[in-house]
Design a protein around this ligand. Structure first.
Ligand code: ADP
Ligand code: MG
Length: 444
């Protein structure tokens, strides 16, 4: 009987709140118990508990009453799901810091348990991708194979595919899941050739589920593409699940072998779109809740309206706001949120990526066309590295973006360049002088 009542109540709530809120806060709730004294509503996690307690308490009370239930108290209790152990996140970085002069250690699976379906907010931009991922977590290898998810930076691709990995771990503990970034895949492959390391092909081809993040970075790497082609075929023929992400659709990945491109399109290619306002609001509420903070809708709105296309940035601005307020021991309010947003926008406007690259080229007296070319002469390579460094330090650009700005496909070059210039500035007077002079030209 209670079950029917709760279903009816949920149906009413569903039409009165936003879709994102409904899915986020009310999905997987049940009315576990109801007596004259107490009604116990089971919720999937602490965030839902906080939201229901704080924001929806009156609504729920009213609806229960409407259906003849008048408990003295309403208790929200967190349903225990499968326990998830606290694995370390640090393994992720091990493989990357290794020198190229010796083989890197095999990257351990680095699926991060903090990325799961429960804390992924569903909205119009990502609901299709979310549904496909959930289906795969239930039954890997049956539908949507390969699954190819693409979309802009910071829209939740990595989060979603790790959620699939975590879901499969729970639902099919015996499955062998191999999760890697494309960068790791490429590095391991190159090491396997260079150092005749055994086991590369086996490791990947014995997977039940192969998840590879940012596959666009395989562009231009012919040997790796060839190897991946064989891995793909072996797994696909054996009905093993393959999941790939990319920042662009298969068609738009440059220098991707045709046979791989067509394979990427065999199963299902789904895009993730930037979140709409409601979704951004729900994400901010959820993230705030996870810090134990409930923010007023008006404060949420300031951030949600200002930051529209990148969820990582949205999250970052929330963290800044919370940290700022905690430090000063004040409540996050509209004025503080606005000040924070304004601070972000007053970043020097005249500085553009192209402007930085141009000024760097002219400082070193080389043509713009050279600095963005593939030329490897030392008098071109150094200015290019400095330009990459300045794009990072002045505009905080991501490494893939920096690489693209200088005509590179591979973002590892950008990482390396920025590192190099940074360390040179530490001990090389000439380099320090160069960077300082260009900075003066940029800001002057
Ligand atoms: P991408 O791989 O597409 O660049 P990420 O998966 O790394 O993006 O997401 C960036 C950040 O935003 C992560 O911290 C992630 O948890 C968060 N995020 C993205 N989408 C959502 C969502 N729908 N709900 C909750 N958090 C999200
Ligand atoms: Mg990602």
């Amino acid at each position: 009987m209670d079950e029917g009542i709760w279903r009816a109540i949920l149906a009413e709530i569903e039409v009165s709140v936003s879709r994102a809120s409904f899915i986020t806060w009310f999905r997987n709730t049940t009315l576990a118990e109801s007596t004259d004294d107490v009604a116990t509503i089971k919720v999937p996690n602490i965030f839902a508990k906080q939201q229901l307690e704080v924001k929806y308490a009156d609504t729920i009370k009213g609806l229960l009453e409407k259906h003849g239930l008048k408990p003295k108290r309403i208790v929200y209790s967190i349903a225990t799901t499968s326990p998830s152990s606290q694995k370390s996140e640090s393994v992720a970085t091990q493989a990357q810091t290794a020198q190229a002069t010796k083989p890197r250690p095999n990257a351990a699976p680095v699926i991060n348990e903090k990325y799961n379906f429960e804390n992924f907010i569903v909205g119009s931009g990502n609901e299709f991708a979310y549904a496909a991922c959930q289906a795969i977590a239930q039954n890997p290898g049956t539908k949507y194979n390969p699954l190819f998810i693409y979309g802009g930076v910071g829209l939740g691709k990595t989060h979603l595919i790790q959620a699939v990995g975590n879901g499969i771990k729970t639902n099919h503990p015996e499955s062998r899941i191999v999760y890697v970034s494309t960068e790791t895949f490429v590095n391991e492959f190159l090491d396997s050739i260079r150092f005749k390391k055994q086991g590369f092909a086996d490791r990947y081809r014995s997977a039940d589920v192969l998840i590879i993040d940012d596959i666009q970075f395989i562009a231009g790497k012919e040997k790796t593409q060839e190897e991946f082609f064989h891995t793909f075929n072996a797994l696909h023929q054996a009905n093993k699940q393959i999941i790939l992400t990319s920042d662009k659709p298969p068609k738009a990945i440059p220098t991707l072998e045709e046979r791989l491109r067509s394979r990427f399109e065999w199963g299902m290619a789904i895009d993730i779109q930037p979140p709409d306002l409601e979704t951004r609001q729900a994400i901010l509420q959820a993230k705030a809740s996870s810090h134990g903070v409930i923010l007023r809708d008006e404060v949420i709105d300031v951030l949600a309206k200002a930051i529209q296309t990148n969820i990582r940035e949205l999250e970052g601005s929330l963290n800044q706001l919370l940290a700022f307020c905690e430090l000063r021991n004040i409540e996050p309010d509209i004025a503080t949120a606005q000040a924070l947003i304004k601070g972000k926008q007053t970043r020097p406007r005249h500085l553009t990526p192209k402007g930085i690259v141009e000024k760097t080229a002219s400082h070193f007296d080389i043509p713009f066309s050279d600095i963005v070319s593939a030329k490897r002469d030392k008098d071109i390579v150094t200015p290019r590295q400095v330009a990459m460094y300045l794009l990072r330090s002045e505009l905080h650009m991501s490494f893939p973006k920096i690489a693209t700005e200088l005509g590179r496909k591979d973002h590892t070059t950008a990482i390396h360049s920025v590192d190099k210039v940074e360390s040179l500035i530490g001990h090389d007077f000439v380099m320090r002088q160069h960077v300082q002079e260009i900075r003066e030209k940029l800001h002057g």
